[in-house]
Design a protein around this ligand. Structure first.
Ligand code: NAD
Length: 336
């Protein structure tokens, strides 16, 4: 089998082109950079390509996968860790191999979660705006020490484990919940408890589990009621872990004190695009941006130089491995 493939690369941004063009020319693969998102309208563009490279908001449902398979595609190379946007059963049905980048820089995402937390608890975003307006008053900027607070980490895989380490360094009491406890986190001072106890005791809750049918709306109205008053909630994982209207209701009541989001359930219509000349049609998202105690970033937690280099190298390594062996060690398959 040949060692190079023709890759249709969807949702291309300038930074993708930069990092993949460098890594791609070394690997010898032929990459066609397409700016459009992958969906049923754009799937026919993959005709004559053996591999498709896709990102977090590309559509990889049963219909699109059937179209890709019919067009001759054999490999879906995701340039991300999460694979909740892929219908894995349909992929198996159409004999499509799905590969991902399981770890490119857990530090990038963990550090961004902490950036959101620190900006919120010291009102850095508001202080920045005030100083630019010549307003040097401190009233309304009162923060709280993280030292001695209880922080709950939900999901202690690669990213959650980094978050545990950082929070322990701040002198937090760290609680963790994961169906598969991570011994390294316990060594770093985390105590595993069940989810209800974590929610009831934590001043800060940070989400680092994948989006699955079990974790969809993990933070809903019921979960919020179990949380401490004035809790800080951070989500850098996937938007649908949170029931956004329930969170907005809790923000309005003061039940949630601070909210830091890098992901949003309906982000597919918003994130990664410059919409500054348009009226945002998503009223739920628009409401979120009106709160002084909410910071939203547009799915940028992964966005560091180190992470992009690793994403390009691993994604193209996945393609090379598939081209040579017909399988991929970073493959993902539907649970049987
Ligand atoms: P990982 O697979 O290493 O860890 C996920 C952990 O979650 C595992 O330990 C797993 O046991 C645990 N888990 C599964 N179900 C759970 C549940 N119901 N409750 C609690 N824990 C549960 O993954 P990772 O590399 O640490 O990434 C975590 C998530 O971060 C990814 O799934 C992805 O959605 C998200 N992510 C976001 C960005 C970003 O830019 N914002 C970048 C990369 C990853």
């Amino acid at each position: 089998m040949r060692g190079v493939m023709k890759i249709a690369f969807y949702s291309t941004k300038p930074y993708d082109r930069r990092f993949f063009a460098e890594a791609g020319s070394e690997a010898g693969h032929e990459i066609e950079f397409l700016e459009c998102r992958l969906d049923s309208y754009t799937a026919p563009l993959a005709a004559k390509f053996e591999a498709v490279c896709a990102f977090v908001n590309d559509t990889l449902d049963a219909q699109v996968l059937e179209q890709l398979a019919a067009a001759g595609v054999r490999l879906i190379a995701l340039r991300c860790a999460g694979f909740n946007n892929v219908d894995l059963e349909a992929a198996a049905r159409w004999r499509l191999t799905v590969a991902r980048v399981p770890a490119y820089s857990p530090h990038a995402v963990a550090e961004h979660a902490i950036a959101l937390l620190l900006a919120l608890n010291r009102n850095v975003h508001r202080a920045h705006n005030r100083i630019r307006e010549g307003n040097f008053s401190l009233d309304g900027l009162l923060g709280f020490d993280l030292y001695g607070r209880t922080a709950g980490v939900v999901g202690t895989g690669k990213i959650g484990a980094c978050v545990v380490r950082i929070l322990a360094g701040f002198g937090c009491r760290v609680l963790a919940f994961d169906p598969y406890p991570n011994h390294e986190c316990e060594q770093n001072g985390a105590t595993y408890v069940d989810l209800d106890e974590l929610l009831a005791e934590s001043d800060v809750v940070s989400l680092h589990c994948p989006l699955t049918p079990q974790t969809h709306h993990l933070i809903d109205a019921r979960a919020i009621e179990r949380m401490k008053d004035y809790v800080t909630l951070i989500n850098t994982s996937r938007g649908a872990l949170i029931d956004t209207p329930a969170v907005i209701d809790a923000l309005k009541r003061g039940k949630i004190g601070y909210l830091g989001l890098d992901v949003y359930e309906e982000e597919g219509d918003l994130f990664f695009e410059d919409l500054s000349n348009q009226v945002i049609q998503d009223d739920v998202f628009a409401r979120l941006t009106t709160f002084p105690n909410v910071i939203v970033t547009g799915h940028q937690a992964f966005f560091t130089r180190e992470a992009l280099e690793n994403i390009a190298l691993t994604t193209l390594g996945n393609v090379t491995e598939f081209a040579q062996l017909g399988t991929c060690s970073n493959g993902v398959a539907a649970a049987r």
